[in-house]
Design a protein around this ligand. Structure first.
Ligand SMILES: Cc1ncc(COP(=O)(O)O)c(C=O)c1O
Length: 381
């Protein structure tokens, strides 16, 4: 490594002329929403997963909200959720009136601790909201066994988990639904956007209709444009054709994106693991295939207290960093005021929030960048 400042952003969308042309083609036509690009993106996404069905939405949070409404949870129900996640995971449950009950994280993978999860089941528990932490898949075989034993519904928040698989099955296809995000720093982007998937075609059809006002155009009457009936309550959580055109083309880059992500992750994992007191989170088992969203360096021992100082020093040297996530949900003001928060009961989630740094491994970087990040980290610590 030289003394020149590095240029290693945390994330950068990979957009080329193929994407620009696809969006321009939409703008040159007259179908700007729920048209052929949305259908092609949905079909392409289901094909990428290998099985199941998909419907496009306006965001991952919209997909989560739709899932919980469809699941019929509401006031008086408890839903188990990870303490360590994005606030969208909790908001989607809280918006229904149900009570989120937080489960601590374990520090090998950052995912929910199965023992804590089992201990928090009460007779009010109706469901489990799984999050595959930074794309490291939870062992869905164990989750579904616990859920089946207690008759609980499962929704998977797969915001960062495109291409994550458990025993070869794509995440999102184990529970009731799976929810994806296409926000700019994600594996593929639409600017904003989401996907809702399920192994059950009927579930995707039903939620897809709810997502679009619950319009019903299937009546026996004349097929006059603008004529419709409405089956029930609904939302407008649709994706536009411009977004879908972007996503459809991005999907074709996914094999290359995944190849680079994994190679970068492995290179950085090796470099960081050689530094004392740094633990890199990983699935730990070949049957649990990660999406390699980013590289979480958990600082331990003397380094743990120095997280903010180390992140700022990396930034000053030109290495982009992030934090996944800045607080256990219960420590966020709204949730703390409403449900209270006890750091001692969320030791794992608190350690990830306060002592971990998220480092990049996206396709805008290469293995030489990974060597630079590791060298920079070694020098700083
Ligand atoms: C686990 C998780 N769920 C949900 C979201 C929200 O995704 P969106 O911005 O598409 O609503 C994020 C965003 O990063 C996330 O990390």
């Amino acid at each position: 490594m030289t003394d020149t400042k590095l240029d290693i952003p945390f994330g950068r969308p990979w957009i080329e002329d193929l994407e620009r042309d696809a969006v321009m083609e939409v703008l040159s036509g007259h179908i700007l929403t729920h048209g052929p690009n949305c259908h092609a993106f949905e079909e392409g996404f289901a094909k990428m997963m290998g099985s199941g069905h998909a419907v496009s939405t306006s965001s991952c949070m919209a997909s989560l909200h739709l899932s919980w409404i469809d699941a019929g949870i509401g006031p008086g129900d408890e839903v188990l959720l990870p303490a360590m996640t994005h606030v969208a995971t909790a908001h989607a449950v809280a918006l229904t009136g149900a009570t989120p009950v937080f489960v601590d994280a374990e520090l090998t993978t950052g995912n929910m601790d199965m023992d804590d999860m089992a201990a928090k089941i009460t007779d009010k528990t109706k469901a489990i909201g799984i999050v595959h932490y930074v794309g490291i898949p939870m062992d869905m075989v164990k989750v579904m066994a616990l859920a089946d034993k207690h008759d609980l519904l499962v929704v998977e928040d797969c915001a960062l988990a495109v291409e994550a698989r458990v025993d070869g099955t794509h995440v999102g296809l184990f529970g009731h639904t799976g929810c994806y995000s296409f926000y700019p720093v994600k594996h593929i982007t639409c600017g904003e956007g989401g996907m809702l998937v399920s192994k059950d075609a009927e579930t995707v059809k039903r939620i897809g209709e709810f997502r679009a006002f619950n319009y019903d155009r299937s009546g026996d009457g004349p097929k006059v444009p603008g004529l419709y009936d409405v089956k029930g309550l609904g939302m407008n959580y649709r994706m536009s054709e411009m977004q879908a055109a972007l996503g459809r083309v991005q999907l074709t880059r996914l094999p290359e994106i995944m190849r680079i992500r994994e190679a970068n992750f492995r290179a950085l994992q090796k470099g960081l693991t050689a530094i004392p007191n740094i633990h890199v989170l990983d699935s730990g088992e070949a049957r649990l295939k990660s999406s390699f969203y980013c590289t979480i360096a958990l600082l331990q021992g003397d380094l743990a207290e120095r997280r903010n100082e180390i992140a700022l020093a990396l930034n000053a040297a030109g290495v982009g960093t992030s934090i996944y996530y800045p607080h256990p949900i219960g420590r966020l003001r709204y949730y703390r005021d409403r449900f209270g928060y006890d750091a001692d009961r969320f030791k794992g989630a608190t350690a990830l929030a306060d002592n971990a740094i998220a480092l990049p491994c996206g396709p805008h970087l290469n293995e030489s960048d990974m060597a630079d990040i590791a060298a920079c980290m070694a020098r700083i610590v």
